[in-house]
Design a protein around this ligand. Structure first.
Ligand code: FUB
Length: 338
């Protein structure tokens, strides 16, 4: 376990005045931060970026991560503790390559780590691992979650205790290859970029033991201001990857990355299954190709955890950050210029 300040390389007075929007960790590269408050502490479940020496391509082969480090903070401005490796790819019996963006959940004394990784046939699936501690180590189940596919799991537990997994990502995330219900290895590496309804993210209710899908996976509809589905060619608004669900004042907020247009945007609805109506931009482009986020309340404020490439300048070596998320009186989210 190592401990680092939130602003390790900044002068002390700057660190005191600017705790937010700085890299939270500087001795390893981290990305895709899924944050939660567990047992009174902030826990962050990020990807652990490495230099794998694989040439950059649109499928993201160069994102060849092999483990997860779990981080925690006592408070939003506090020190960051790196709890070391919480799950290693070598301990996932079915895994092939590429441990991508994870998330975590808690129920009845057990912590659940959800992770996407390519299986030995090079198809992304989503796995689950469990621990009695939020910092791990986590033990992976022997097989992926049946019926799971693609990337970027985000698990939301509603006020009635029911839990849902949101997932999916285009291009390297392979979601465009699942349009017929099974994996189509011959489908294009990118989605159609025409005026057809955009491919939607997916949602599945979880079973009471949090380890299985409780019923079929559903495609989520994201609608425009006229109630029409967003179009695939609407690159500034259509879903690409990195979905996250939070609830505020009884309304469901589904936020996501637009990928090739580098925005974080959101849509709202009245059911965890959607449909969600597009509302606007949460965050303008960061340094790097995309960002990937989570949104949680901490005490009386809301925060957005995200990443950029400030430390390395390389799209595949990212660093996580956090900043405050502000809302207007009507619940709409103010756009952040990172
Ligand atoms: O970290 C690998 C992938 O990059 C994630 O799964 C995506 O959301 C993007 O951040």
């Amino acid at each position: 376990e190592t401990t680092t300040t939130a602003d390790a390389s900044a002068p002390a007075d700057t660190a005191a005045k600017k705790p937010l929007s700085q890299p939270l960790v500087r001795d390893i590269y981290t990305a895709d931060p899924s944050a939660h408050v567990f047992a009174g502490k902030i826990y962050i479940y990020p990807s652990h970026d490495i230099e794998a020496g694989i040439p950059e391509n649109d499928k993201g082969d160069h994102f060849a991560m092999r483990d997860y480090h779990i981080l925690s903070m006592d408070s939003i401005n506090g020190k960051v503790t790196d709890h070391g490796v919480g799950l290693d790819i070598k301990d996932i019996p079915w895994a092939g390559r590429q441990l991508w963006a994870p998330d975590a959940a808690f129920k009845n004394g057990t912590y659940y780590l959800y992770f996407p990784v390519k299986d030995k046939q090079d198809v992304f699936r989503i796995g689950v691992a469990t621990s009695k501690s939020p910092s791990g180590p986590f033990k992976a189940e022997p097989t992926p979650i049946a019926g799971s596919y693609s990337i970027d799991p985000a698990v939301f537990t509603d006020t009635d205790g029911k839990a849902y997994m949101y997932f999916g990502g285009l291009w390297g995330g392979q979601l465009q290859r699942w349009q017929k219900g099974t994996y189509d290895a011959k489908a294009p590496e990118k989605e159609p970029n025409t005026a057809v309804p955009a491919i939607g993210p997916r949602v599945a209710k979880l079973t009471a033991d949090m380890k299985h899908f409780d019923g079929p996976v559903k495609e989520i509809k994201i609608l425009d201001e006229n109630g029409k589905p967003l179009l695939a060619s609407d690159n500034n608004r259509r879903f690409f990857e990195g979905g996250w669900l939070h609830k505020y004042n009884g309304k469901y907020y589904f936020s996501y990355s637009t990928g090739d247009t580098h925005l974080l945007v959101y849509a709202t609805g009245t059911s965890p299954y959607g449909p969600f109506t597009y509302q606007g931009v949460i965050m303008k482009p960061v340094q790097g190709w995309t960002t990937h986020h989570s949104i949680i309340p901490i005490k009386d404020k809301w925060y957005i955890f995200y990443h950029d490439t400030q430390l390395s300048g390389k799209t595949w070596l990212r660093n996580i950050k956090v900043t405050e998320l502000k809302r207007r009186a009507d619940g709409s989210i103010e756009t952040i210029t990172p």
